[in-house]
Design a protein around this ligand. Structure first.
Ligand code: SIN
Length: 295
């Protein structure tokens, strides 16, 4: 478990992870903010990780929720192999993938795009019964400015709630629906719609299986309502929670360069990709690691 202190910001109590007691031996870890995000150096992800490197990368992810790597020139196979080191890979229910490599999702927006991946706050595929644990994105082409990705800590969002709100949310479940998100979304890639898309119910507050910390688990793209509440109450509570999750108090923002990689933990972090570079092109590939049923 990671030790924490807290501080007040904008009238809210924000929990701050303390630097892990154990120093890193095989990788360099430079935090972007006290709450979320770290840049990792001194590791070449095209090569198989040693057991110690794997443990330290896993610990850096647990402590920072999203970790970033620069100058990683990986083949498709090496990217997939890096993902597999962390678990079985997830196949996206709708998005396009590289021909012959269903694990390698294509991320691309250009002058002809009507939408871009992840344009609003979300955790990946939370409409699945067992949503992905983590996602590993490598950007190969990006504009000189723009196309950043923002990440937010759902631990910090939960910790900052009042005790009354925490008690109210305890035991509530929410519906996460892929239908409105995915239907027609990838027409420009020539993808035909399926008869139906995933839909699942998950706890509004989940406990992370590695850190034991509680995290808010509702997001703007997939969460359609809180189960068992009257519609007006569900809409109002969800509106409050979504705005709260998206507070800049617990965010970091990553500026991409070609061959940068990000590895985020979908169980405790949300993200949003900025599409502020049209008509320029931003492209890359994502490998997604399977997760467990949220509890
Ligand atoms: C995504 O949601 O996987 C896309 C993130 C990004 O393109 O930065």
């Amino acid at each position: 478990m990671i030790a924490r202190t807290s501080y007040r910001s904008a009238g809210r109590q924000v929990m701050r992870p303390i630097e892990s007691a154990a120093p890193y031996r095989t990788i360099a870890v430079e935090k972007l903010t006290p709450t979320i995000g770290a840049e990792i150096g001194n590791v070449d992800l095209s090569q198989p990780l040693s057991a110690e490197q794997f443990d330290e990368v896993s610990r850096a992810l647990a402590e920072n929720l999203v970790i970033f790597f620069r100058d990683q020139n990986l083949t498709a196979e090496q990217h997939i192999a890096f993902g597999r080191r962390f678990g079985e890979l997830h196949l996206h229910p709708a998005a396009p993938h590289v021909e012959g490599l269903p694990e390698l999702m294509i991320i691309r927006a250009d002058a002809n795009s009507k939408r871009a991946n992840g344009e609003d706050w979300h955790t990946d595929v939370s409409c699945d019964e067992e949503p992905p644990m983590g996602s590993i994105l490598r950007i190969t082409d990006c504009p000189a400015e723009g196309g950043d990705t923002l990440f937010a800590s759902m631990y910090a969002a939960y910790d900052a709630l009042s005790e009354r709100m925490k008690s109210y949310l305890d035991g509530l479940r929410a519906v996460h629906d892929g239908e409105n998100v995915y239907r027609g979304a990838y027409e420009n890639f020539g993808i035909k719609d399926k008869a139906s898309y995933p839909r699942a119910e998950h706890p509004v507050v989940r406990t992370h299986p590695v850190t034991g910390r509680k995290a808010l688990y509702v997001n703007r793209i997939f969460t359609s309502r809180i189960a068992g509440l009257p519609r007006e109450e569900s809409d109002a509570v969800l509106a409050f929670l979504l705005a709260h999750c998206e507070s800049p108090l617990w965010q970091c923002r990553f500026r991409w360069r070609a061959n940068s990689m990000a590895f985020w933990d979908n169980r405790c972090a949300q993200h949003r990709a900025m599409w502020d570079y049209w008509p320029l092109t931003r492209a890359g590939f994502r490998v997604t690691v399977k997760g467990e049923k949220p509890v």
